[in-house]
Design a protein around this ligand. Structure first.
Ligand SMILES: [Zn+2]
Length: 188
């Protein structure tokens, strides 16, 4: 008997909804930005957060290593990527469990974007509990991948956890400094 997840192709997905309700995230050059505001230019592969502090509100069970992966991303990112309940005035990522069935989709991240980047309070990572018994490394890679999207990276990378098929052991299941550098570059 083989464990579910060991042999299936487990894809992870991202949906970015573009809205025309653009919020200003760019400050005039001659104005000193407030501590919480960000000067950032979204690109086709990275979307900006409007604040540099983002809380990851984990509503999943112990099977999903959300705290561990948030802390690993935080060490690499310019964003303060913090594990804990969402706070007013800071960015918010909700991580939830959803029984999506045996569809081959391990998890999804969705968010809405305006012309300047991510619109806060729209970011949801949903893990598919149908694959809750997949190997620990696959769950780790899944969370790493979705948090990379939640941090703003829309593009995939075949050599890191941002590989779209998380069942392929391509490199480390942990956040890579290469992916983090791409995200950090938009806040330069
Ligand atoms: Zn993806």
């Amino acid at each position: 008997m083989s464990r579910r997840g060991a042999s299936v192709t487990l894809l992870v997905a991202l949906t970015v909804l573009f809205t025309s309700a653009a919020k200003g995230c760019e400050k005039p050059r001659d104005t000193q930005p407030k501590k919480s505001s960000v000067v950032c230019h979204s690109t086709s592969s990275v979307k900006c957060w409007p604040t540099l502090t983002v809380y990851v509100d984990d509503r999943t069970g112990d099977a999903w290593p959300v705290r561990e992966q948030v802390q690993k991303w935080d060490r690499l990112l310019k964003l303060h990527f913090l594990y804990g309940p969402c706070h007013r005035g800071a960015g918010c990522v909700k991580v939830v469990e959803r029984k999506m069935g045996d569809t081959g989709v391990g998890a999804t991240t969705t968010y809405a974007c305006g012309s300047c980047g991510i619109i806060d309070d729209t970011v949801v990572v949903a893990v598919n509990t149908t694959y809750g018994d997949s190997p620990a490394e696959v769950r780790k890679r899944t969370i790493c991948h979705e948090l990379g999207h939640a941090a703003g990276k829309t593009a995939h990378n075949a050599a890191t956890c941002m590989e779209p098929d998380v069942s392929i052991p391509n490199g480390s299941p942990n956040p890579s400094s290469k992916d983090a550098a791409v995200i950090n570059a938009v806040y330069a």
